[in-house]
Design a binder for this molecule. Structure first.
Ligand SMILES: Nc1ncnc2c1ncn2[C@@H]1O[C@H](COP(=O)(O)OP(=O)(O)OP(=O)(O)O)[C@@H](O)[C@H]1O
Ligand SMILES: [Mg+2]
Length: 348
């Protein structure tokens, strides 16, 4: 394996997942991809709750997947991350960096002193009140980041960078496309979903939603009165001896939760559209395990009246000796959006 590689690490509700990329003159190669499942409750809403379990899973991931690099770019996505579009008076980058904490407290629900903050400039504006910078203000609770970073370090790994999961999805799935000016990327997880609206790679809107496929599983478990693991199998269509009553309950639970989720996405896109009429969302690109729910893509298309397509984080990469066959790569594809995007961020 080539010397210089980058690893992206995604700590999700259902498992820890990592991708290792190498960089050569011929392009970027996916060298390794691996995942290890986590039991329910080990990670909640993007935060490590049961550190020993997560540490063991990370150790097993490195042992089992053949990664050559222990330095990672770590993804962060949860409700303690705030992303807002903000306009600031124009200033030079050094000045912006130094004065950011003073400029942005009014936009944040948490104390600047307890947050890690960043500002991604997306546009320069000539407003009546003078030249301005429009951008996305990102703020994350410092303690939450530290908690996740410490879990990774306790597994013997090194966190070289921390990045918003949404930006990782943007890098891996938001390929610049000459036919589409603006699109929405939606990574649907188990408990956390990331929505990013971008134009040619430039993020315009980011929302972290605390909903995903686990909500559907929970509803199925409750309606059918079965344990979560069984509900999960039923949801994925892996149980075919349901009686008609059970099949009805299953369908209504899935339908209801899909509708609630789709409504949430539609209202986020509507909210964005109201303040950005000049950059309309032309299509939606989905990724994440939760996007595999039967009927979700169709419902999303009907509700938003936009084309919905599956993202493809792997297609632009050469495939190295991953140990995965073609079929496995197809299965991995929706799950690779976040770790691949995080690894891409380590290099850029
Ligand atoms: N074939 C499938 N059909 C329906 N749902 C599926 C399928 N495969 C996976 N899922 C759902 O995908 C979800 C997990 O997605 P993913 O692995 O992207 O989440 P995660 O990254 O672990 O969690 P999160 O990002 O919420 O912390 C689960 O709710 C699971 O039920
Ligand atoms: Mg996820």
């Amino acid at each position: 394996m080539p010397g210089r590689t980058a690893v992206g690490l995604d700590i999700g509700t259902s498992g820890v997942r990592a991708a290792e990329l190498s960089y050569g003159r011929g392009g970027i190669t996916l060298e390794k991809f691996g995942q290890v499942a986590l039991p329910e409750g080990a990670v909640r809403d993007g935060e490590v709750i049961d550190r020993p379990i997560v540490v063991d899973a990370l150790k097993a991931l490195w042992k089992g997947s053949g990664f050559t690099n222990k330095h990672v770019g770590l993804g962060i996505a949860n409700q303690r991350v705030v992303v807002r579009q903000v306009d600031l008076p124009w200033m030079r980058p050094e000045e912006l960096k130094a004065s950011l904490p003073l400029q942005v407290q009014d936009y944040l629900p948490m104390a600047v002193g307890e947050s890690v903050i960043d500002f991604h400039v997306t546009e320069e504006l000539n407003a009546p009140e003078g030249r301005q910078l429009r951008g996305l203000l990102v703020a994350a609770a410092r303690e939450m980041i530290a908690n996740n970073v410490e879990a990774v370090q306790a597994a013997g790994l090194f966190v070289d960078s921390v990045d918003l999961t949404s930006f990782a999805v943007l890098r891996s799935v938001g390929k610049v496309n000459s036919e589409v000016a603006t699109e929405a990327l939606l990574d649907v997880g188990a408990r956390v979903s990331n929505l990013v609206i971008h134009s040619a790679g430039q993020p315009r809107f980011v929302r972290v939603l605390l909903s995903g496929g686990q909500d559907v599983t929970d509803a199925v478990a409750e309606r059918l009165g079965v344990p979560s693991a069984f509900a999960e199998a039923v949801k994925r269509g892996g149980v075919d001896d349901l009686d008609p009553r059970e099949a009805d309950l299953l369908r209504s639970a899935v339908d209801l939760m899909t509708e609630v989720f789709v409504d949430e996405i539609r209202s986020s896109i509507d909210y964005y559209s109201a303040s950005n009429p000049q950059f309309p969302v032309e299509r939606i690109v989905v990724s994440g395990g939760g996007s595999l729910l039967e009927g979700l893509v169709e419902r999303l298309g009907q509700a938003t009246r936009r084309a919905v397509v599956a993202g493809d984080p792997i297609s632009g990469l050469h495939i190295g000796r991953t140990g995965l066959d073609e079929q496995q790569l197809l299965t991995v594809n929706p799950l690779a959006a976040v770790p691949v995007g995080l690894a891409l961020g380590v290099i850029s």
